[in-house]
Design a protein around this ligand. Sequence first.
Ligand SMILES: Cc1cc2nc3c(=O)[nH]c(=O)nc-3n(C[C@H](O)[C@H](O)[C@H](O)COP(=O)(O)OP(=O)(O)OC[C@H]3O[C@@H](n4cnc5c(N)ncnc54)[C@H](O)[C@@H]3O)c2cc1C
Length: 204
Amino acid sequence: MATETNPKALQGGEFLIRESAPQDIFIPEEFNEEQRMIAQSAREFLEQNVWTQLDRIDSLEEGLMPSLLDKAGELGLLGISVPEDLGGFGKDFVTTMLVTEVTGAGHSFSVAIAAHTGIGTLPILYYGNEAQRKKYIPKLATGEWKASYCLTEPGAGSDANSGKTKATLTPDGKHYLINGQKMWITNGGFADIFTVFAKIDGRR
Ligand SMILES: Cc1cc2nc3c(=O)[nH]c(=O)nc-3n(C[C@H](O)[C@H](O)[C@H](O)COP(=O)(O)OP(=O)(O)OC[C@H]3O[C@@H](n4cnc5c(N)ncnc54)[C@H](O)[C@@H]3O)c2cc1C
């Protein structure tokens, strides 16, 4: 599965300080044909849909960013690291990183797609229960639902645990009422799914 990691794999610049053989070191020349093809379609997507629209993006034209995410979804760019049984393509971490590198040239679109596919989708994929995964992930993988991740608050940025947003269980025990303030939430203006960080009983 795409989310598995090899504990023995060399991390970052570790090849400089850990005994390692040349074949253990990954270099861009080792991207396979499929990875290059996927990266090329991401590049063409930017050329055709994003770089031609920078003025409209800068003027915050309503509906434009979600429509770009829809198009990215149609091309399969939102489901690359999502397992196939949840509607994605189950590609490996290297492919995901390669596409992220390419879409990183997409000005503010790169923030929208990274928030959707990264912090918007992966926490549910990694830590959601089975029912949550089945409910949310397939629609996030196609872009039918757009995702956001709501952690930062006016008084809680780097020190994210100091957030003051509260979740209180309703007397019937069925829902949590959330009270608080969030800011800098990428895709917050149009998202369908909001993963919101809040404290329960002021502690948990
Ligand atoms: C483009 C963009 C998109 C974002 N999208 C999201 C999103 O989708 N969801 C979300 O929840 N948040 C989002 N954020 C918010 C982001 O997570 C916060 O900006 C980040 O956590 C930093 O918090 P802050 O801006 O309050 O800065 P602060 O935490 O106030 O930090 C200000 C400065 O002080 C430094 N600093 C902080 N603490 C220490 C310390 N203990 N020691 C030394 N230096 C320190 C920092 O390095 C920084 O230079 C986004 C931000 C940006 C820029």
